[in-house]
Design a binder for this molecule. Structure first.
Ligand code: AMP
Length: 300
């Protein structure tokens, strides 16, 4: 079934203990769409600026990613994020953010995409997430994501997003910041109180936790020997998860648990290189092989 994502398409400057990359292709919607399109057609709603190179657009065009909702704004630059990771690769530190197009853009969902049953509102200003959601006709499952910047700048908007969607996918730091709860079980319960029936909390190399109306499930991360760049791990986790659900057309608890597995495997590839470099060379055979290894790893 068709899948729609709204989010950022960005330039990233990233420093990790493995090296430094400048103005590489990043963005929440980019990672999500790239990951999900391994499994299902994924249609992208995002804006880029006048400085966005044709080469990056061509890269996206080569995938099962619908680009009719990718707008190029003539009078402003692309969203640009600069971040770094220290020895603790689970924590991204933001050096600076240039919001650029994200602050000016009014998302428009092409009419042919408004009936898509599966929707992911990736990291973006809550107002942009709501504007896209307003144009959708009765989607079956809508999950959202957010980040420190939006929790700080527009908590009220984010709370509306949470009430109007089925669930939220966050990392542990964001869950703590949003709920002010240190304990993640309590944090999940607060997320339910805020309107998210489904709460998924990612814990970097320690895996991910799912809570659906009080029913819980947890998975460790796939053990990656060398994490080169964790950027996009969360978005590609969400892309694998939603891609799995949309491909099967399922949304129940059992499907969500299997989808967590697909998300975990997708994220494990993402972190093995900078930007989208590892995901670019990922094929279904490598994905299936790792899925099999992970199932072995989990078995008692
Ligand atoms: P993550 O999966 O959390 O590592 O997401 C990293 C991606 O999110 C990077 O490629 C950034 O370009 C993008 N990003 C960082 N900050 C924001 C923000 N405030 N809004 C939207 N996207 C962001």
């Amino acid at each position: 079934m068709a899948l729609l994502v709204l989010g950022s398409v960005a330039f990233d400057d990233v420093r990790t203990p493995s090296g430094y990359r400048e103005r590489v292709l990043g963005g929440s919607a980019t990672y999500f769409a790239w990951a999900a399109s391994t499994l299902v057609q994924t249609d992208l709603i995002a804006a880029v600026g006048r400085d966005f190179p044709a080469e990056f657009t061509e890269m996206l065009r080569g995938r099962k990613i619908g680009l009719d909702g990718l707008v190029k704004m003539a009078d402003i630059d692309t969203f640009h994020w600069s971040g770094r990771y220290g020895e603790d690769l689970n924590v991204a530190q933001t050096n600076w953010v240039k919001i650029n197009v994200l602050g000016k853009w009014k998302p428009v969902v092409p009419p042919k995409w408004r009936n898509h049953p599966f929707v992911f509102l990736a990291n973006d200003a809550p107002q942009n997430q709501l504007a896209a959601l307003d144009q959708m006709v009765k989607p079956r499952l809508v999950l959202c994501d957010t980040r420190d910047l939006w929790i700080d700048q527009d908590r009220a908007g984010l709370e509306v997003v949470m009430k109007r969607t089925d669930g939220i996918v966050l990392n542990d730091g964001e869950a703590r910041q949003l709920t002010k709860e240190r304990n993640l079980i309590r944090a999940a319960s607060k997320l339910h109180d805020l309107g998210s029936r489904i709460a998924i909390i990612k814990k970097g190399e320690h895996g991910a936790f799912l809570s659906v109306e009080g029913k819980g499930f947890a998975l460790p991360a796939y053990p990656v020997a060398e994490v080169v760049d964790p950027t996009g791990a969360g978005d590609s986790f969400a892309g694998g998860l939603m891609g799995y659900l949309a491909r099967r057309g399922e949304t129940d608890f059992r499907a969500l648990k299997r989808a967590m597995l697909a998300g975990t495997i997708t994220a494990s590839f993402c972190v093995e290189d900078f930007s989208l470099d590892r995901l670019r060379s990922l094929d279904v055979a490598a994905f299936d092989r790792r899925m099999g290894e992970f199932e072995q790893f989990l078995s008692l």
